[in-house]
Design a protein around this ligand. Structure first.
Ligand SMILES: [Zn+2]
Length: 418
């Protein structure tokens, strides 16, 4: 294997990543029956470290052909571990498996990790792949080298939280109910778009988001907010004929027979005219002031908060779904961020274990792991926007996020230490 140094957070990286959608195993083990004892020991040790393994004797489905089983196991796993021994090269069937896997590794990033557990010749088809040299190692320690190789491969292929911070937007589009009406805003998420960007948002979640957003007070009145200026101008413009009509009516009724009546009448008309003009000028100003200072912003803020509170129904499952749904009022859209918080939670757990001052801030009645989860839940519930807090200019962030946001463990640590 390449000998370049692993990042400092190795301990953290060493933990098994969550299995992506459609995968059941981290490692599929390829070996000959003669090495079953060693395989069992290696698998047991790997599984103790959280890596799910698959091997013939234990995991293959009875009644299916070996070929079918192998094919399935390969498709359901991330890596193939090949146990190299003197017996292996003599097994045509195993060689066929390896060749299949090699083909797969070329086509979709599947990695093959050979390990030499005894001095032996390496099959021709594996000669171009660097193998783990463990022929002098104790079988009980071999899993360490395997995990090391798996981690390196995962880093290389970007499997270690590859899409953390990846963001998708779904916009509320205006649509008219009838020709003369103002367009009403509605969110309709295209299911195809969901499939394309691999958000793994269920249809139920999609429907929930749509119901929450479209049923909210803010969204029901969004058209008024968006078209407020136009509505004001329309009110002013449509009042012009009304004012003219009133003036004409006044003229007809007040201009009397004699000069005195006429003078009084024209004064009334003149003042009414001045008042109308002033009113027309004042109307847009009053509307503008109302928009800016009259609690308009406050209504929007409250509306946004209400939506975000209701979206917690979906966001609360972040530990398993790795998704955060945020409502953005300015752009009238739903922003979905993919974010696996596990590295941040693990990191903060370790920090709290070492730092008494931080530990004191946690709920002492709970086991520390649960207390960290509660802390994350509360923090996110109160300030869900923290998953989208962009660091600018580039300040350090502990765990990489594609959207340039500061990772949660840093923010929560800052919050705890204040
Ligand atoms: Zn972090």
């Amino acid at each position: 294997m390449a000998s370049n140094e692993l990042p400092r957070e190795y301990e953290e990286l060493r933990s098994a990543p969550d299995l992506p959608f459609g995968k059941n195993y981290h490692i599929f083990v390829c070996y000959t029956r003669e090495n079953l004892n060693e395989v069992c020991i290696i698998v047991e040790n790997l599984e103790k470290e959280g890596y799910r393994c698959c091997y013939y004797e234990r995991d293959f489905t009875a009644g299916q052909s070996v070929l079918e089983n192998t094919d399935q196991a390969m498709n359901k796993s991330l890596h193939m571990l090949v146990i190299l021994s003197e017996d292996l090269s003599t097994q045509p069937f195993v060689i066929h498996e390896i060749q299949e896997a090699r083909h797969k590794s070329i086509s979709d990033g599947y990695s093959i990790i050979p390990i030499k557990i005894e001095p032996c010749t390496v099959p021709e088809c594996l000669k171009s792949i660097t193998w783990i040299e463990a022929s002098d190692d104790d079988v009980n320690c071999m899993h360490d080298k395997i995990i090391d190789a798996v981690v390196r491969n995962d880093i290389a292929s970007g499997l270690k939280y590859p899409s953390n911070g990846e963001t998708s937007f779904f916009f509320c589009n205006p649509g008219k109910t009838f020709a003369m009406s103002l367009p009403r805003f509605r969110l309709e998420i295209d299911p195809m778009k969901l499939l394309q960007n691999e958000l793994q948002l269920t249809m139920e979640d999609k429907n929930d988001i749509e119901t929450i957003l479209n049923g909210s007070f803010l969204m029901k009145n969004m058209h008024i907010i968006v078209y407020f200026t136009r509505i004001t101008l329309l009110v002013c413009a449509s009042s012009i004929p009304l004012i003219i009509a009133v003036l004409m009516l006044l003229m007809v009724t007040t201009l009397g027979r004699n000069a005195e009546d006429a003078a009084r009448g024209s004064a009334v008309v003149f003042y009414t005219f001045i008042c109308s003009v002033l009113l027309m000028l004042a109307l847009p100003l009053a509307f503008g002031a109302c928009k800016k200072f009259g609690g308009f912003e406050n209504v929007i803020k409250k509306g946004k908060e209400a939506i975000q509170r209701r979206l917690w129904k979906i966001n609360r499952r972040y530990k398993t779904s790795h998704l955060f749904v945020l409502f953005q009022h300015n752009t009238r859209c739903i922003k979905i961020i993919k974010y696996n918080t596990k590295p941040c939670r693990t990191y903060l757990l370790r920090r709290c274990e070492k730092n008494e001052k931080l530990k004191d801030k946690l709920d002492a009645s709970l086991p520390i792991e649960e207390a960290i989860d509660v802390l994350f839940d509360n923090f996110l519930r109160n300030d869900i926007q923290s998953v989208d807090r962009i660091v600018w200019p580039t300040r350090p962030t502990r765990h990489f996020l594609k959207n340039g946001a500061q990772c949660l463990c840093m923010q929560i640590e800052q919050y705890l230490s204040h």
